[in-house]
Ligand binder design. Sequence first.
Ligand code: KG4
Ligand code: ZN
Length: 356
Amino acid sequence: MAKDYCVLGIESSCDETGVALVRVQGQDLPVLLAHALYSQIEMHQAYGGVVPELASRDHIRRVLPLTQEVLQASGKTLQDVDVVAFTRGPGLAGALLVGAGVACALGASLAKPVLGVHHLEGHLLSPFLSVDPPEFPFVALLVSGGHTQLMQVDGVGRYQILGETIDDAAGEAFDKSAKLLGLGYPGGPALSRLAEMGDPVAFKLPRPLLHSDNLDFSFAGLKTAVMVQAKKLASAQGCAVEGLHGQVLADLAASTQAAIVEVLVKKSLAALKATGLRRLVVAGGVGANHSLREQLNLACARRGVRVHYPELHLCTDNGAMIAMAAAMRLQSGIQLASEVYAFDVKPRWPLDEIMA
Ligand code: KG4
Ligand code: ZN
């Protein structure tokens, strides 16, 4: 690989089509030249959640115009692309196939190599695109829609899972609670907006595994507790659970968020203590949550721990994190881009399969 090259990244694992171009110069941190994103939220809203077939079809419509937009914004052409990276998994099979198919077609037609990226590694390394990038080693709190994991990260591909959820992910706890409260999809941002107006100690909700002696999480019981509380309030208001309104709804949202955030913060602190590390990196969609950031900042400042986040607009799915993860894997020498264009995708793909 030349010393100076460009990596195009394509993300299509779920309900966002993302494309980005990063530039790699030697061992310097890769630089984002441009990125473009199309969110399918509006399309799926009518169904109350992601419809996989509609997602795949929409990725097909968006991916090439977004690629053109990125090339134009960075003043480059397709000929300037040296490697084409794509999300190989985990995610929705049909949606992943669109990104993989387009990436391999581009690679084959340009005679440039391709590289399949693990979506979670993309999230994990996305803070390196921020104005305040971390340094290895660090503890990572990975909180996406489907995953909640604490990891010790010693370098690219050197990830040790310290703890993870035994049932629902934190993002799922946000989404499922929001859905049962009639807040629609996507639930996390809606619930957290409402929580701003509520009282976080109004309702006593469970904090599962808060005092366990390991670093695992469990959020499935929380949504049941939210449902039980919501039913009580709804019968007092004389409406269905989805029809709850007013201050009590905001209070329940705030109490739900407080329960999730408290567990995430306490377990992150326990992971820092267990590893002796002084640096925490937060990644994934729930990392956009305002209250989580506030509480982590406060707790870490008290203990002299540095916290790093992705830029807010790069917390949820995007192409920049895929291009970045590919670039960092190439730089670290643990993976070569491939000139074989027969592709597959991995809808289920444990992160430990890509460790160096
Ligand atoms: O990382 P991500 O974009 O997709 C996956 O790889 O899963 O994460 C999406 C998750 C969803 O559960 C969404 O509700 C949650 O992140 N999320 C939030 C916020 N923004 C996105 N949860 C709480 N507060 C937010 N502000
Ligand atoms: Zn994601």
